[in-house]
Design a protein around this ligand. Structure first.
Ligand code: PEP
Ligand code: MG
Length: 558
């Protein structure tokens, strides 16, 4: 038995013969060309063909794995005609070198530049530029694409798979992936997760060519692959596989069912998203709405302040795709761990308690105004709720609401449509907001508790610091008591209350949340069905008194 350890990036257990991906290598000969205009046209034709092919791949990816997967190929289309990339190619072709040799040189140059960047996301783009360039080289040289030449489904091994290679593969032939290189944020990992195929990356030279054809069991949860497993290991992994399959089948049957407890208590399960493409997963997992769209991810993805129109399109897409279901969009929450260069924020000693989120918006109203205009314009396309993060004082909410009123007046005077039914809410993520929730409830339509920050500020424990271990305890009675206080104050004032921090998906606390009367839990899309299962199995009346008693005494309820 041989055990290979890598990093599990897509959970699940799969077994099958190990198969090495066959990649067609294009033969590149370097020649000197005298008719540079014809050679440049050769490149432009190949580039246009590559863009067409990528468009077809985007359609295929959209059908198989949703909008997020399709976006990869749309990004590749843009990369194929990126100005810097094209200029580098033009200059070298016009210097007298043949197109395929030039594209291969520019590919290596750009890939190296990306690989040397500090940002891991940008490093992963090296694989993208290689992929796009190889496609163009393939067209120029007439090389054929690689694939899987096997009659039976396999565990696919490779150095690293490019996204276009991944999407072109016949998925019915793939049971799992193992790659020598790659990163968790690589597109192969993203695609594997989206398609629900177990995957392990980064096994390096543990993967040997002579293993080809041998049976391998891949555990994408632990990142272990076992070749020719002994009887006990095989039995253990196969049992795990059976359990996972049964659980998933059972969870799938909960789609379309209500989130209602045995004694008839209902709660909404919504989803947290970071960009419009995530809506695909929300719908796939039967999320009832969006409880938190972290709008700062739009800003993080841009090199400069996103324009009103850019934001409008993004918000409109989410609202339209959700087709009338509630969508809570949180206004910009940057600062602390989410820094953006073009904001030019001064260095701070203590950024988590510094200039962040709503504080920035109130201090720089031109930024806030652009976002609010985009939000209100988008409100005409669905059911929008606007939520302000990091509130500590009542005056902040009043000032933010005043900005909303100003924006609505502007839109009225410009004759631009917006919904008159937009709910305004706030995140409860500072102890001050929780303590003042009786007053704050009079100002807004809903509360959503950000337990990630609420825990950090209540316990004075940095959420970014892994070394704090057991001291960062979101189950701490202080946090739970604050949540109960917030829920009571919300209900006394006739508004709804949700939880959108990670704690919302914590099944150990579901009974507690139901007992204190939380109306909505907003979680990652994959957490929806396990949470629904837990709710359906709970009888609140049976546990409420005990859990609330524990909360009032010195007991942690779990
Ligand atoms: C939270 O603080 O719980 C929250 C949901 O916001 P974020 O994690 O984006 O700070
Ligand atoms: Mg927060």
């Amino acid at each position: 038995m041989i055990s290979i350890q890598g990093k599990g990036v897509s959970a699940g257990v799969a077994a099958g013969p190990l198969y090495f991906y066959q990649r067609a290598k294009a033969e590149i000969t370097r020649t000197t060309v005298s008719d540079v205009e014809t050679e440049w046209k050769r490149f432009k034709d190949a580039q246009a063909k590559a863009i067409d092919q990528l468009g077809a791949l985007a359609d295929k990816a959209r059908a198989e794995a949703g909008d997020e997967a399709a976006l990869l190929f749309e990004t590749h289309q843009m990369m194929a005609e990126d100005l810097d990339y094209e200029e580098a190619i033009e200059e070298a072709i016009k210097g007298g070198t043949n197109a395929e040799a030039v594209v291969s040189d520019v590919r290596d140059q750009f890939a190296e530049m990306f690989a040397n960047m500090d940002d891991t996301y940008m490093q992963a783009r090296a694989a993208d530029v290689k992929d796009v360039s190889n496609r163009i080289i393939g067209i120029l040289t007439g090389a054929v694409q690689g694939g899987i030449d096997s009659d039976v489904p396999v565990i696919l091994a490779s150095d690293d798979l490019a996204p276009s290679e991944t999407v072109q593969l016949d998925k019915s032939k793939i049971l799992g992936f193992i790659t020598e290189g790659g990163s968790g944020s690589s597109h192969t990992a993203i695609l594997a997760r989206t398609m629900g195929i177990p995957a392990i990356i980064g096994v390096g030279d543990q993967l040997k060519k002579e293993y080809a054809g041998r049976e391998v069991i891949v555990d994408g949860g632990t990142g272990t692959a076992v070749l020719e497993a002994d009887a006990d290991t095989r039995a253990h992994l196969m049992k795990k596989r059976e359990e996972q399959l049964k659980l998933q089948e059972m969870l799938d049957q909960l789609k379309g069912k209500e989130n209602v407890t045995k004694d008839g208590h209902k709660i909404r399960i919504y989803c947290n998203i970071g960009n419009p493409e995530d809506v695909h997963n929300v719908l796939k997992n039967d999320g009832g709405g969006i409880g938190l769209f972290r709008s700062e991810f739009l800003y993080l993805g841009c090199d400069d302040f996103p324009t009103e129109d850019y934001q409008f399109e993004a918000y409109k897409k989410v609202l339209s795709d959700m087709d009338g279901k509630e969508v809570v969009i949180r206004t910009l929450d940057i600062g602390a761990d989410k820094q953006i260069g073009y904001f030019n924020l001064p260095q701070e000693e203590n950024p988590a308690m510094g200039n962040r989120a709503l504080r920035i918006c109130l201090n720089r109203p031109e930024i806030f105004r652009t976002q609010l205009r985009a939000l209100y314009r988008a409100s005409a396309f669905g059911k929008l709720c606007i939520m302000f993060p990091m509130v500590a004082s009542v005056w902040e909410v009043k000032e933010a609401k005043k900005m909303c009123e100003q924006v609505k007046k502007e839109l009225d005077s410009e004759g631009i449509a917006y919904s008159d039914d937009v709910q305004i809410g706030i995140m409860i993520e500072t102890p001050a907001a929780a303590i003042m929730s009786d007053r704050l409830a009079k100002e807004v339509d809903f509360f959503s508790c950000g337990t990630n920050d609420l825990t950090q500020y209540t316990l004075a424990c940095d959420r970014q610091n892994n070394d704090l271990g057991r001291f960062f305890d979101p189950h701490h009675p202080a946090v739970l008591r604050l949540l109960k206080m917030v829920a009571d104050n919300a209900h006394k004032n006739g508004i709804w209350v949700g939880i959108c921090g990670e704690l919302g998906a914590d099944l150990q606390l579901t009974e507690t949340f139901l007992s204190i009367g939380i109306d909505e839990l907003s979680v990652s899309p994959r957490a929806v069905l396990p949470l629904r299962k837990k709710i359906i199995e709970t009888n609140v009346a049976q546990v409420r008194d005990k859990l609330l008693g524990d909360l009032a005494s010195d007991q942690t309820p779990v």
